[in-house]
Design a protein around this ligand. Sequence first.
Ligand SMILES: Cc1ncc(COP(=O)(O)O)c(C=O)c1O
Length: 376
Amino acid sequence: MARSEDRGDGVEGPINMWVADPYFKTDEKIIEAFNYAVANGCTHYFPARGFDGHVLHRAIAQYYLDDMAVQVDPLGEVCPTHGAQEALSLSVQATTRPGDEIVVPEPTYSAFIDKLEAFGVKPVFVPLLEEEHWKLDIDALRSAVSEKTKMIYLCDPNNPTGSVCTRAELDALSELLKENKTVSLLIDECYARILYDGSAHHTLLDDRGLLDQLYVVSSFSKTYAMTGWRLGYLVTGRRNADRIKHLSEEYNGGVSYAVQYAGAAALARCSGSVRSMIEELDRRRRVMLGALAEVKDVSFETPSAGFEVFPDFSAYSRHTVRLASELEEAGVKTMPGVKYGPSGEGHIRLVFCAEEAPRISAGISRISEHLRARRG
Ligand SMILES: Cc1ncc(COP(=O)(O)O)c(C=O)c1O
């Protein structure tokens, strides 16, 4: 941020609409569980002697049973990972070789696109359209699948658009998988529990016939404000899970057991703090949407999930890398939409999790003023 002084709006410093990190404090129960585990000998290779070695695997299976009425085998089908990032990387590595293709409906999670480049795997982009409410176009997905396709990546709920797939969309995807038995579906559901306006998240894990083609990834980072703990997981069929565990072992020897123990406490004991965090996020979301509605010639879809709004600024500029850098000069740090795939161009991603409501209002005012001044 080039300048950080008060800009005459009574709000100090740069305003963060950039990092999707919920700067809420990790629940004390999670910290206590971690401290307990460390004090009681969970400082060795996993599993620590004297402890139930698979407490997190079982807590994850229980979550799927309680929240989605889905049975998963804790030891055979659940793999704890170093954040969702590792789970996504391992899923790609387990299924592809350089030169293979992954079909990617976009805009989507930018780090996944970066990952494909790092692994030499070709993304085949399928545009999602704002005028279609960012819904999946199943026919376009079907046309994008080729002999080289190993996987389809679906970010659901979607970062950056905040849209959530309907049951009908997932059923159509399930049909597509049944027609293409050599293609896997990687579903990134990191925001599955951060939902607004009564929206619901659905899962394909209820169809056990699909399990060997499914890689379902999630994270503790967002739901439990645990970004720095680096804890995520993957659910898949047993054979895939064995391969993932093998790869994970080769890289890093498994997730710290005390962190796994803390994760189990999060799932079992922290629904109250999750609810309070979502209520506060919803307040901030409404403040951001209310302020954005006043900005001339900027349109947006109301996000049903997650931490982000993805408004269309193309009436001002289609070069949003430049526009985001101008906004940074104007005192608001944002992400240019093109980072989320070619269809993101013309949009800017604004997060509402990193700042409190008054600073969110001030941030949108700064953006609005900059746009007015830019038009002259
Ligand atoms: C959709 C999505 N998937 C995965 C991740 C990474 O999560 P983790 O912190 O567990 O690696 C993020 C973080 O921003 C995300 O937004």
